[in-house]
Design a binder for this molecule. Structure first.
Ligand code: MG
Length: 394
């Protein structure tokens, strides 16, 4: 008999060190002064942390009638917890643990009619959906990448995100994403500064290296066009997240005025609807959903179908930083890259950094193969979960 859902709980991840994450957050990009949409204005540069929400990440556990459980994660625990504990959880208790498409439909449509399925609801939906896929894999005894049609290949190529190129190369990566350091508030001098960053990377890495540039949603259309024209000689693989996430005319403008530059966006687009629109309008060349924000693995599968049928590339945001992204990257043929955000000091294990969980794989010489354990292969006991969400001072 198919197990049913008996409990859904979400709690803030107050002790990430229980999961092995001991590195201070965002080490390698703090030095750029970027990392926030306000950083386009020089007077806010380097103050990203001041404008970050104060909430922990959230950990969601879905428990089945046979005693098995699945683990999902997302960000912004403060407002996300009541959406899960008071709204989505009670809605799906008693349902089959295997009917994820049905459950996702119930949750997303209900949220959409109540307060919108994008925004914080998509974060909450992500955590529940990921817990459900983890649980389904455990119940069926198979890794998630098999349940969704993979593996697509033997291993997935990774790129390193971070401006310390020596550290990234020492870790075995041969493809790199830089953070631009300034935005429109710096005018022509800002474009020259970013050009120096990219020129130096090209000269250091050679003519054949893949180099990308992330702009943290801190530019606008006309500045992006000026920047793209200045950077054309350096043959960037793509320019990413240049416009505000909801600046649809801005994306169209950049596409029209930078016709040959590869463009990427999507880590801040929530639910599959934004991606369907972007694909219909051919706004970007690479779709970059974040599995912990966009609506979970179910949303990413929808976006993967959109990408495949539109002939557009997929490259999951932080695709190798967590076991969720790793399984999706491994299973989806149109996902060519797995991003590794190197958020820890040089030489320190990536297992100590952003989003890692016990049992997770790490890139080997820039290539990734996920754990083949059931579900997402997250090795956490109930006791460890309790400790991870416990009060920090208890
Ligand atoms: Mg990015």
């Amino acid at each position: 008999m198919t197990p049913t859902i008996v409990e859904v709980t979400a709690a803030p991840l107050r002790r990430p060190e229980v999961l092995g994450r001991t590195a201070p957050p965002s080490v390698s990009w703090d030095s750029t002064g970027m990392m926030h949409a306000l950083s386009s204005d020089r007077s806010f540069a380097g103050q990203a942390m001041r404008f970050e929400p104060p909430w922990d990440d959230a950990l969601c556990v879905v428990t089945a009638s046979d005693g098995s459980f699945g683990v999902g994660m997302t960000s912004q625990a403060g407002p996300v917890m009541p959406i899960i504990n008071d709204f989505f959880g009670p809605m799906i208790v008693g349902e089959s643990v295997l009917a994820i498409e049905r459950l996702w439909n119930m949750m997303s449509r209900s949220a959409n009619s109540a307060f919108g399925a994008a925004g914080l609801a998509a974060y909450a939906l992500s955590a529940v959906d990921l817990a459900l896929w983890d649980l389904k894999g455990k119940v069926l005894g198979r890794p998630v990448y098999e349940l969704i049609g993979g593996p697509a290949r033997e291993r997935t190529r990774c790129y390193a995100t971070g401006n310390d190129l020596d550290d990234s190369r020492n870790r075995g990566f041969d493809a790199f994403k830089l953070a631009g350091s300034v935005g429109p508030g710096s005018g022509t001098a800002g474009i020259a500064e970013t050009e120096r960053l990219v020129a130096s990377a090209r000269s250091e890495l050679g003519p054949d290296a893949d180099i990308m540039l992330d702009c943290w949603s801190s530019l606008d259309a006309s500045y992006t066009v000026r920047l793209g024209e200045a950077l054309a000689p350096y043959r960037l693989t793509w320019i990413e997240d240049y416009a505000q996430p909801d600046d649809w005319p801005g994306y169209a403008d950049v596409r029209r005025r930078l016709p040959t530059q590869m463009l990427a966006a999507g880590e801040r687009w929530l639910t599959d609807r934004a991606f369907a629109y972007a694909a219909q309008q051919r706004l970007v060349d690479v779709l970059q959903p974040d599995v912990q924000w966009v609506g979970g693995a179910t949303a990413v599968l929808r976006i993967a179908a959109i990408a495949a049928s539109s002939g557009i590339e997929l490259a999951l945001h932080g695709g190798s930083n967590d076991s969720y992204g790793q399984h999706l990257c491994h299973a989806l043929p149109q996902n060519r890259w797995a991003e590794m955000y190197v958020g820890c000091p040089p030489g320190e294990s990536l297992m100590n950094a952003w989003r890692s969980t016990p049992g997770m794989s790490l890139p080997d010489d820039g290539w990734l193969v996920p754990s083949e354990a059931p579900g997402f292969g997250i090795e956490l006991t109930s006791e460890q979960i309790d400790a991870a969400v416990g009060q920090a001072d208890s």
